[in-house]
Design a protein around this ligand. Structure first.
Ligand SMILES: Cc1cc2nc3c(=O)[nH]c(=O)nc-3n(C[C@H](O)[C@H](O)[C@H](O)COP(=O)(O)O)c2cc1C
Length: 166
């Protein structure tokens, strides 16, 4: 079983989670790389793909990568988001991501909050269409924290076990 952990991250929140996930995976061949340097063809069996929620959905670079994963591969998706954990906005982004990986085996998803930069929150507050999630995002400060990363690590081990039993 070969595992790839890959991610897109602008302010290092998703990267932090990706590194925790990578460290948590044991007893398999594994590799970690940001999406931009993964390259075209990869021979991994299980793909952990992480992204920050952008505009309630998946950033375009991640969308393109997900579409390229060959049919039949196993996938586990993780994300960070400023809005509430388990809230409608984050769930919406996961639905979009899941829609992009049909015909692959989706093993599971993990999401947690990720701090949003203060200047971005201030900008969003001024836009009526973004104000509702910018208010939520204020309480994401300090995330992902140690507890988030530990949870992600445990989730990752479970994903690997699931992949091995398929
Ligand atoms: C352009 C942009 C759009 C964003 N849109 C959303 C959003 O729609 N919903 C949300 O919950 N968080 C949103 N966020 C917050 C990020 O998802 C969150 O801060 C994330 O942890 C950033 O991860 P990164 O540091 O790996 O880039 C947005 C952030 C940026 C920069």
């Amino acid at each position: 079983m070969r595992v790839l952990v890959t991610y897109y991250s602008e302010t290092a929140n998703t990267e932090k989670l990706a590194k925790g996930i990578y460290d948590g995976i044991v007893f398999v061949e594994k590799r970690i790389a940001p999406i931009r340097s993964v390259g075209g063809v990869t021979n991994e069996d299980l793909f952990f793909v992480g992204f920050p929620v952008h505009a309630h959905s998946v950033p375009l670079k991640v969308e393109k990568f997900l579409r390229k994963i060959p049919e039949g591969k196993k996938i586990a998706l993780f994300a960070t988001h400023g809005s509430l954990r388990g809230g409608e906005l984050a769930v919406e982004a996961f639905y979009d991501a899941i829609g992009l990986v049909q015909k692959r085996t989706l093993l599971g998803t993990f999401g947690c909050r990720g701090e949003v930069k203060r200047d971005l929150i201030e900008k969003l507050m001024k836009k009526p269409e973004d104000r509702y999630w910018a208010i939520e995002a204020q309480s994401a400060a300090g995330h992902p924290d140690r507890a988030d990363i530990e949870e992600a690590r445990q989730w990752a081990r479970w994903m690997v076990m699931k992949a091995q039993s398929f």
